[in-house]
Design a protein around this ligand. Structure first.
Ligand SMILES: NC(=O)c1ccc[n+]([C@@H]2O[C@H](COP(=O)([O-])OP(=O)(O)OC[C@H]3O[C@@H](n4cnc5c(N)ncnc54)[C@H](OP(=O)(O)O)[C@@H]3O)[C@@H](O)[C@H]2O)c1
Length: 333
């Protein structure tokens, strides 16, 4: 789903969108979901009386007004390449009277200024939030809720483990001595956390933290677990019945070096370096990838526990096929 609006009233295809849609439909809260999908999309959606699918153009104001009208929340879950379309759609949502916008985040901690400034792909996300802040001056009560997920566990960290330094194909790994533990979220956990978030009351005088008001213009910190590169390497070894001796592990390169190379590459206009910076900030110790303290508080509010790392890793690795190991920009790790 590119984006979905819910009319608790809340709208969904795609990695993030399908996870949120699934969990919204399963929720006892009886969310009514309107899915906005592109005219030329081939996406299909579950058949349910709780879903209305609206197919049209991201730039068609009349279409968007019709889709966003009477919606409490608009959730964006847009392909990265479609992110530019978000600004005008946010304008349409505000114009339609929507009060809550969950913008296209699903990345790192947007409240960590140093991290956002260090990671070029986070910049448009920050701009979208600033745009909503600006609109809220003329659209009373309009607020955003950012959803921090860090790397998707199953569909990025495991599927593209090579860019995180671990290459099961060649049995080689680069373990950075200055990498730390970092948070990561399974796709299912993202959908569940967003659904539980939208199930909170707007305000709660007895526990203000457990309310949407707490998350207004703020982040929800989703995390299945907080892991290290070594744990990911061991999970691959365990899943394939291998020992350390089957792998060539190098610990010579540092995140600091990787970061400096990416910063130099970026100055030369190398987009792969921008992705490299994302990886450095996720896994480098002290660079923003560990938001466990905040994630723990949010799990409490949402009634969630950490997931079982071993189980999740086994499941994600077993689902890997050569065709799922698709090309990610070739980030040197
Ligand atoms: N943290 C991480 O590890 C991580 C990894 C990947 C992405 N992300 C973030 O999460 C956001 C959502 O990512 P996602 O992986 O859920 O997105 P996705 O599955 O690639 O795409 C989501 C939806 O966007 C719509 N879309 C619009 N223009 C498109 C285009 N040019 N090509 C393909 N689809 C297009 C499609 O919906 P319809 O077909 O229904 O129109 C598609 O299903 C991204 O913008 C990115 O910021 C984070």
């Amino acid at each position: 789903m590119p984006h979905s609006t819910c009319t608790d009233q809340r709208q969904a295809s795609g990695q993030v969108g399908s996870s949120i849609l699934k969990r919204l439909l399963e929720s006892p809260k009886d969310f009514k979901v309107t899915v906005v999908t592109r005219t030329d999309s081939t996406a299909t959606f579950p058949s349910s009386s709780k879903i209305t699918v609206k197919q049209g153009s991201y730039t068609d104001s009349r279409f968007l007004q019709d889709a966003f009208k009477n919606q409490d929340v608009v959730i964006f879950a847009l392909n990265f390449m479609a992110q530019d379309a978000q600004t005008a759609m946010i304008d349409e949502a505000a114009k339609a009277g929507v009060k809550w916008i969950v913008p296209n985040e699903y990345a790192g901690d947007g409240m960590n200024k140093a991290m956002v400034e260090g990671v070029p792909v986070f910049v448009p996300k920050k701009q979208a939030r600033e745009h909503i802040d600006e609109l809220s001056k003329t659209h009373e009560g309009l607020a955003w809720i950012g959803v921090a997920t860090n790397p998707f566990f199953d569909l990025f960290l495991i599927k593209q483990s090579k860019v995180f330094g671990i290459d099961p194909e060649s049995h080689t790994a680069t373990i950075y001595p200055d990498a730390g533990a970092f948070n990561t979220s399974t796709m299912d956990r993202i959908g569940l956390a967003v659904t539980r978030l939208l199930s909170l009351p707007i305000s709660d005088h007895s526990n203000s933290r457990a309310s949407l008001q707490h998350y207004a213009n703020n982040f929800l910190y989703v995390s299945s677990f907080c892991v290290t590169q070594k744990q990911i390497l061991q999970a691959f070894q365990k899943a394939k019945g291998e020992s350390g001796a089957d792998w060539k592990v190098s610990e010579d390169r540092t995140i600091k070096q990787f970061l400096q190379e990416c910063q130099a590459g970026l100055k030369q206009g190398n987009m792969q370096a921008a992705w490299g910076l994302t990886i450095c900030h996720y896994i480098g110790e002290g660079l923003g990838g560990n938001y466990e303290e905040k994630a723990e508080q949010d799990r409490k509010v949402l009634g969630l526990q950490e997931e079982d790392f071993e189980e999740a890793a086994k499941r994600a690795i077993s689902q890997l096929t050569p065709s799922t190991e698709e090309a990610f920009p070739d980030v040197k790790a």
